[in-house]
Design a binder for this molecule. Structure first.
Ligand SMILES: Cc1cc2nc3c(=O)[nH]c(=O)nc-3n(C[C@H](O)[C@H](O)[C@H](O)COP(=O)(O)OP(=O)(O)OC[C@H]3O[C@@H](n4cnc5c(N)ncnc54)[C@H](O)[C@@H]3O)c2cc1C
Length: 459
């Protein structure tokens, strides 16, 4: 029999606000910015000591602001995602934290232009932008429960160093990635962790990148490459993907563990800033024990890989691990049941919707799966609107229930665009004193368009 303890306690209401954004990651950070800029008194709650989530703890190049124009002769190069996500890139470039959008020399049929950012600079720029917008930021704070009145969400319970406290809010945005708030609030969801792997990218310093590329070229291992100026006389390697499994010493280790690539990038001379290769299949990171075990296993995996790179691969002789993320990178856990669930067919055929709140043109399985003709598709407002619970919006990797559709919508630039849409919608609901389900999508689209979001040619 399951043992239980019944608790009776009073929780102080510490905060009262218009919009509470739960999780300050890729989608949450832009959601908070959008809500506050649209006039809502906004609180952002985040369990780590920085914002950005997987954007700075797992994702490499930001995929993608553009359509797949390099794979299709007839496709015009289009910046499909603009608005706040583009503003972040501009601010990062001004802070010397990003080389901006870079065209791929090799691999343009996977993503024609990728965007790199320096995570440490991002953390500072992101806080500055949130402060400018007047967002109240609560760090080192976990969302532990929700406050409901019937089917209506009225706030959340948080736990931080000040103890257990309540935040009351007119509209709640779940941007925890895992759909924690939606699940606690009783929204329907499906768990999909068994369709993919968790990972742990890391970085190494003291890498002779030109020597590494030469070795990979000689062996025919290179599958993605960008060369450009990063302020070095000799080292021009920016993006590098290669097939390590073809090197005999690595084949068995990588096959047994399910590792791939690596696919990575280098922002500074002598640094392989981001190496994405480590993987563990089917981990349910909404289970504390499974999450902990995976964290430990992946840390062992990357240290073993780093030692093997040093031993066998030219360029790594004097290298050492210089960076690991705050947490393993989680690709897929709960998918929240929303009013609309985009299918792969709709994505690849470039389907457009009357209530679309952003457009997107990248698929992570390219060139195997691409948006037809190098085009783009629309994501409807309804895809961010959970069924069964009122007062709640979701944004991030917890939408689209089939793995192959998710492999498009889950990417960073898509999540940021969702954040802008959800944050703007939440603020409009507060202003109009309505629930998200009652918001006029055309009005939302008009506001988004006026704030720089690309929704196709204006009609
Ligand atoms: C290994 C890996 C590599 C990837 N590579 C790329 C890539 O190269 N390019 C690309 O575009 N995409 C990539 N992705 C996908 C992309 O990074 C993610 O899908 C996306 O960043 C998810 O954004 P999100 O806002 O949904 O979640 P996150 O960015 O993870 O944000 C969720 C936030 O909520 C916080 N949180 C969660 N639960 C709670 C709680 N209960 N209380 C308080 N805070 C909480 C978290 O700390 C986090 O900050 C990769 C993903 C992984 C895992």
């Amino acid at each position: 029999m399951k043992r239980e303890i019944e608790e009776h306690r009073k929780t102080p209401v510490r905060y009262d606000c218009d919009v509470v954004v739960c999780g300050g990651g890729t989608a949450g950070f832009t959601a908070a910015l959008a809500a506050a800029r649209n006039g809502a008194d906004t609180i952002l709650v985040e369990r780590f000591g920085h914002v950005g989530g997987t954007l700075v703890n797992g994702a490499g190049p930001l995929h993608s602001f553009f359509n797949l124009y390099k794979a299709y002769a007839d496709a015009a190069k289009t910046q499909v995602v603009q608005g706040i996500p583009q503003e972040i890139v501009t601010r990062m470039m001004e802070a010397s934290g990003s080389p901006g959008h870079l065209e791929q020399d090799k691999g343009g049929n996977y993503d024609s232009a990728i965007t790199l950012i320096d995570w440490e600079i991002f953390k500072d720029v992101a806080f500055t932008m949130l402060e400018e917008a007047g967002v109240r930021i609560l760090l080192h704070t976990v969302i532990a429960d929700v406050i409901k009145d019937g089917g209506r969400l009225e706030g959340i319970i948080i736990e931080g160093k000040s103890g257990r406290e309540a935040i009351l809010a007119r509209t709640v945005i779940d941007s925890t990635g895992d759909g924690d708030v939606a699940a606690l609030a009783g929204a329907g969801f499906v768990k999909k962790h068994d369709t993919t792997s968790v990972g742990m990218p890391f970085g190494m310093t003291n890498v002779d990148m030109p020597r590494l590329v030469e070795f990979c070229r000689e062996r025919g291992l290179v599958n993605q490459l960008i060369e450009g100026d990063k302020g070095s006389v000799t080292d021009h390697v920016i993006r590098l993907g290669f097939e390590l499994k073809k090197v005999p010493e690595f084949t068995e280790f990588m096959e047994q563990t399910g590792m791939w690539g690596p696919l990575g990038f280098s922002l500074h001379e002598g640094e392989f800033t981001y190496i994405n290769s480590a993987a563990l299949p089917s981990v349910d990171t909404t289970d504390t024990e499974a999450y902990s075990k995976a964290e430990i296993a992946l840390r062992h995996q990357i240290m073993k890989l780093a030692a093997m790179l040093k031993q066998y691969i030219p360029g790594f002789e004097h290298a050492y691990v210089s960076w690991t993320p705050a947490s393993i990178g989680v690709r897929l856990t709960r998918i929240v049941e929303c009013e609309y669930d985009l299918s792969l067919e709709e994505i690849v055929s470039g389907k457009r919707f009357g209530d679309e709140v952003y457009l997107y043109g990248f698929h992570d399985c390219a060139p195997r799966i691409t948006i037809q003709g190098g085009g783009y598709y629309g994501v409807p407002y309804r895809a961010l609107l959970p069924k069964h619970v009122e007062g709640l919006l979701v944004a991030g990797r917890c939408i689209t229930s089939t793995w192959e559709a998710h492999m498009s919508t889950r990417n960073t630039v898509s999540c940021m665009a969702q954040g802008q849409a959800a944050g703007t919608a939440a603020a409009m609901c507060v202003k109009e004193n309505i629930l998200p389900r009652g918001l006029n999508a055309e009005k939302l689209r008009k506001t988004l368009r006026s704030q720089g979001v690309f929704l196709g040619d204006a009609s």
